[in-house]
Design a protein around this ligand. Sequence first.
Ligand code: NAP
Length: 276
Amino acid sequence: MKTIAFPDGTQLPALGLGTWMMAETPARRAQEIAALREGIALGMVLIDTAEMYGEGEAERLVGEAMAGLRDQVFLVSKAYPQNASTSRLRRACEASLRRLGTDHLDLYLLHWRGNVPLAETVEAMEGLVAAGLIARWGVSNLDTDDMAELVAAGGDACATNQILYNLTRRGPECDLLPWLGRRSIPVMAYSPVEQGRLLGHRGLAEVAGRHQASTAQVALAWLLRQDGVLPIPKAGSVEHVRDNRVAADLVLSEADLADLERLFPRPAKRGPLEML
Ligand code: NAP
């Protein structure tokens, strides 16, 4: 599978697994665990979760899914903004680790910007790296000016920015993606199929039909063709995980890309970064 590189040189398959809304319905639990395990087996080894998801229940589910497989997984979790301080971040991280049943995260993110100064969050994150609780840290939902402020506040070790980015949310192309690209900071594209709302689009279905592909595969392939972009679709069944994995092998033609450009044009000018 195509890979992306983190600034520290770590390479990773460019398609990962989301977990928001997992562990919400007991009847779906076994299916969700099976989906994550299938994803790992198929090489989608990055699992994205957060202390917010189900107030810790998604992390518990991920812990269960990783049983016996921790070494194969690149584990990402996120802290609430109010926990991203020097006095609270360590406790939040240790609670996540307990729920996940592991002794370290591969990547820990500030979920979105809150009231804690970015310089303090950087200090708290670096403290966790020094303590061996996390291998690296990054952010989520930070716009270009926030990123510039983060770097100026000593945050040049930031490993990623996880943002809302898909065919219908192309605002980041105006200046955030170029900014990150110049600094070799990869992007984790969340809600890559717009939480399912993209999948019934007729124009997208027409492009997919040319490849005997699904609309999800085309939406993911469109993201995956860009260097440094790592989509993290959430799939709650083995069937959907298998469908998404095929996207990494789907090559869109120039004609496909031109049609997608017409169907989902990039905004003419920059607006504020959208988030879900
Ligand atoms: P998403 O991945 O765009 O969409 C998930 C929805 O699409 C689910 O309903 C899923 O259904 C469906 N789906 C996935 N693959 C499919 C396929 N091949 N065929 C048909 N349906 C398919 O939305 P998301 O969950 O919002 O985003 C992905 C991940 O990004 C999250 O899970 C989370 O880890 C992360 N995220 C981060 C933030 C942030 O603020 N940092 C915000 C939102 C999301 P099934 O469940 O039935 O498979």
